[in-house]
Write a protein that binds this ligand. Structure first.
Ligand SMILES: O=C(O)C1=C[C@@H](OP(=O)(O)O)[C@@H](O)[C@H](O)C1
Ligand SMILES: C=C(OP(=O)(O)O)C(=O)O
Length: 450
């Protein structure tokens, strides 16, 4: 065993406890970006994001926005952590090259964060600055082509310093600013291609009409989230036909918002009850949410758990999950997007086969998650195989091993869940959870081995 691997705690008894999770990555990074694009006739009034996620992905977003010209101040609001963002001063998408552009480009580090690499190029194009985007070596496999194609269609000049369609690349300022207002892209590889253009589009001089040309957009819940966040902030956006969106040009008023808990990151803790026959309760569960993690109650019931959501206010409740004596597979799990590695841990403990469908785009996530899940299930003595649009778990895992994390937070937590019931599981790089939950190891230990 690698001496730096993390020994996954085994559950000596059914896992029982009350858990809260940090704020949503997807909502935090949308609000931070929109705060940086807010405008009240150039007065520069800041916006406040209360209870933001504090993790590598949100830090990368904040650092990038600061480099692009936003002001960032950390503070407390009614005892809760918050961040106050003073907007970037934009030329309304018509900025011409400034003196600054002759100098060194602004460098944006995307790390491995999809929300940074896919959402910020459109913001960069509005700043009138030359902006160089790069990230971790592991980010170089993540598709970027549709982002670049969309921006080029709007008149943005881009040079690609690596393999075409991937990081790194540079956004160049253009004398006329953004000239186009209608583009067609193929967003089959990531919903973030759509969200990234829509989020900044209210600040484009003529707004944006965006069409998707491929067969389907994956993780559509995340596009729904983008539309809802924009509408809540007063941006006019609609979807006149499936896979077409129109954002009207306009101001984004400065705002104050509190971020919901991350329902995707809630998954491993809820699964701790599911796999050990324990009982976990989670207060603060939103009664209505655009997060894909809202699917947990239904998914956990599908695997045999008892789940109930008891409202405690108009907007939130406590979710109770009780694990069964023995997990049973629903047979097919469809379109679970970023929840897939966590659901795969449940499937890997079921005697029956489980087929995961409509998740082909996970090949472009933090790692090729289909290959990674199949490899790690096999390493633990189970049988699994890839399919065109997903994978099958054919037989359950049987023994411990060191689970590779592939720099992927969700592969690391996949290993942690299995380690609750399979002796001698370790996780090669538990530190990869810092992407969205830096204190995962402590939180996990508090719940499963207090
Ligand atoms: O918009 C977002 O915040 C996200 C969209 C999804 O991306 P894909 O469409 O690439 O799956 C999701 O998996 C990712 O974790 C976050
Ligand atoms: C796919 C994910 O992240 P990203 O935002 O980097 O795409 C994820 O968190 O599962």
């Amino acid at each position: 065993m690698n001496s730096s691997a993390w020994t996954a705690p085994i559950a000596a008894a059914p896992v029982c406890g009350d858990v809260s999770v940090p704020a949503s990555k997807s909502l935090t990074n949308r609000y931070l970006l929109l705060a940086a694009l807010a405008d009240d006739a150039g007065r520069g009034t800041p916006s406040t994001v209360i209870n933001p996620l504090q993790s590598r992905d949100s830090q990368l977003m904040l650092a990038a926005l600061e480099r692009l010209g936003a002001g960032i101040e950390h503070l407390k609001v009614a005892g809760e952590p918050a961040v106050r963002i003073t907007p970037i001063s934009l030329g309304g998408g018509t900025s011409s090259p400034t003196a600054e552009t002759a100098a060194e480009p602004v460098a944006v580090d995307c790390g491995l964060a999809g929300t940074v690499m896919r959402f910020l190029p459109a913001v960069a194009a509005l700043t009138g600055r030359r902006v160089f985007f790069d990230g971790d070596a592991t980010a170089y496999h993540r598709p970027m082509g549709a982002v670049l194609e969309g921006l080029r269609g709007l008149g943005v000049q881009i040079t690609e310093e690596g393999e075409p369609g991937f990081l790194p690349f540079t956004i160049h300022p253009h004398e006329q600013g953004l000239t186009g207002d209608e583009v067609t892209i193929d967003a089959s590889a990531s919903s973030q291609f759509v969200s990234g253009l829509l989020l900044a589009a209210a600040r484009f001089p003529r707004g944006l009409t965006l069409h998707h040309s491929g067969s389907q957009v994956p993780s559509l819940e995340h596009v729904e989230m983008t539309l809802k966040v924009l509408r809540d902030l007063g941006v006019e956006v609609d979807s006149p036909t499936p896979y077409s969106w129109r954002v009207q040009p306009g101001v984004i008023e400065p705002f104050t918002v509190r971020v919901e808990p991350d329902l995707s990151n809630a998954g491993p803790f809820l699964c701790a009850a599911a796999v050990t026959g324990g009982e976990v309760s989670m207060p603060g569960w939103p009664l209505s949410s655009t997060q894909i993690g809202r699917r947990w109650p239904e998914l956990l019931r599908d695997f045999g758990c008892d789940v109930k959501l008891e409202p405690t206010s108009d907007s939130t409740g406590t979710l109770y999950v009780r694990g069964p004596q023995r997990l049973s597979s629903p047979g097919v799990v469809d379109g679970t997007a970023e929840l897939t590695p966590t659901v795969a841990a449940l499937a890997a403990l079921c005697p029956e086969e489980t087929k995961f469908t409509s998740v082909q785009h996970l090949r472009g996530h933090e790692t090729d998650r289909l290959a990674a899940l199949v490899a790690e299930i096999r390493r633990l003595g189970g049988q699994a195989e890839e399919t065109d649009d997903g994978f099958r778990v054919l037989s359950p895992v049987r023994h411990g091993a060191e689970v590779f994390s592939y720099a992927d937070h969700r592969m690391a937590t996949f290993g942690a869940i299995l380690g609750l019931v399979i002796p001698e599981v370790s996780v090669e790089d538990i530190g990869s959870t810092s992407k969205t939950m830096p204190d995962f190891p402590q939180r996990w230990k508090e719940l499963v081995a207090p």
